[in-house]
Design a protein. Structure first.
Length: 228
């Protein structure tokens, strides 16, 4: 019999095997796809993260990707959420002890250091032009950052470490300043912007001053490197 396919008979779709040691469950597949998308964003931004490239990196068929995510934008929304969860966890751990100003300093330094450690990924997650659905998710997490920052400022005001101020307005200004200050250092076409520690030190000192904290010649959290 020849290898010619008979009319009306469809061949079963070819399945792509999961990577060795990979989780073949739906949840495991979804996690692999998100991890693959994040890795490709870190390598080359959204231009490098095509559906075909993500599927190949995750070890799934391109069509299978859409069984987990209605669209490519929905996938990137999950990537942004996953990154935000990691950032919040790292910042919470760094700012888990000490006075309110010290915790503010730790949170700012940790966020900036994590972004600078993976510049291309941070640029894609925070600044690179994206689908409106992804941009809306960015705004959700920006508001969450502001909410945590405002809570910390209110604690500082109550403890007498900071002067009276509108905590919500100050928090929004600080979070916005952090994002704007990192545009240059994170940009794929950035020139010489100084070492990571210089950038972090300047940013932390600005944030301290902007909320009315007394200045200090040495910043305790700038030279400290944390895993993550």
């Amino acid at each position: 019999m020849s290898g010619r396919r008979r009319p009306g008979v469809r061949r079963p779709a070819r399945r792509v095997a999961a990577p060795p040691g990979g989780d073949a469950t739906p949840a495991g597949t979804r996690e692999r796809v998100v991890t693959a998308a994040r890795a490709l964003l870190e390598e080359g931004g959204y231009g490098a993260a095509s559906v075909q490239a993500i599927a190949a990196r995750a070890g799934v068929a391109a069509g299978a990707l859409y069984r987990h995510f209605p669209s490519k934008a929905d996938l990137f929304v999950d990537v942004v959420r996953d990154a935000a969860r990691r950032d919040f966890a790292a910042m919470a751990e760094a700012a888990s002890s000490g006075g309110c100003v010290a915790r503010l300093e730790a949170a700012v330094a940790t966020f900036a250091r994590r972004a600078l450690r993976r510049r291309r990924l941070a640029w894609a997650l925070v600044h690179e032009p994206v689908d409106p659905l992804v941009d809306a998710e960015r705004l959700v997490h920006r508001r969450e950052y502001c909410r945590h920052m405002a809570a910390l400022l209110r604690q500082g005001i109550a403890a007498g470490e900071l002067p009276e101020q509108d905590a919500e307005l100050s928090a929004a200004a600080v979070v916005g300043a952090i994002a704007e200050a990192l545009v240059g250092p994170l940009s794929p076409i950035a020139g010489d912007v100084g070492s990571d520690e210089e950038v972090i030190a300047k940013l932390v000192r600005f944030c301290r001053r902007s909320v009315g904290a007394s200045d200090r010649p040495r910043l305790r959290h700038v030279a400290r490197r944390r895993p993550g």
